[in-house]
Design a protein around this ligand. Sequence first.
Ligand SMILES: NC(=O)c1ccc[n+]([C@@H]2O[C@H](COP(=O)([O-])OP(=O)(O)OC[C@H]3O[C@@H](n4cnc5c(N)ncnc54)[C@H](OP(=O)(O)O)[C@@H]3O)[C@@H](O)[C@H]2O)c1
Length: 175
Amino acid sequence: MTRTVYYTASSLDGFIADPDNSLAWLLSRDIDEDGPMAYPGFRAGIGAAALGATTYQWILDNDPDGWEYTMPSWVFTHREFAAHDGITFTTDDVRAVHAAMVEAAGDRDVWLIGGGDLVGQFADAGLLDEVWVQYAPVTLGGGAPLLPRHVELRLEEHARNREFLCARYAVLPRT
Ligand SMILES: NC(=O)c1ccc[n+]([C@@H]2O[C@H](COP(=O)([O-])OP(=O)(O)OC[C@H]3O[C@@H](n4cnc5c(N)ncnc54)[C@H](OP(=O)(O)O)[C@@H]3O)[C@@H](O)[C@H]2O)c1
């Protein structure tokens, strides 16, 4: 059954980008890509993805390969971006987009790339199943928040991967 998973890296104080929208604090760190809970293993199980406009713009501006993902993806935005194969730019409600993502993902999982408020919109709709966080050994004091909502979680798995503390949480039903 398809799970909807927020997989991201965070500072210890809960920010996924610093106040300048930089990931320098993250990308300089040591991680074993073949090690526990690392991205390539996670990515292999993903069939569709969603992200916000700021994250998409960051990738266009900073990733030398640009948008290199091949899975069907939805970018939530009111901005005008150039059309791109496999990407749907949308202002639709997260419920409608989620239904399309689950269908596109087949027997794979759905990845919510971020940012935190967009993931919060999925959580508000009861559509978030898991949160995976790779905690970098740094505090930032401010920036883009990891998940600016009250979401109750249960720790399911944890591991050390070189500099990172990696944790997988199940989202608990709201009472
Ligand atoms: N640490 C990591 O692994 C990691 C992972 C992901 C992202 N990041 C970084 O974290 C930062 C995230 O920033 P963020 O939280 O501000 O951004 P974000 O979610 O990437 O983008 C926010 C924007 O998404 C659009 N949006 C959100 N919900 C929408 C909806 N329901 N309908 C239509 N548009 C919607 C709006 O764009 P419009 O302005 O177009 O309305 C909004 O301003 C970025 O710098 C990113 O690079 C880091």
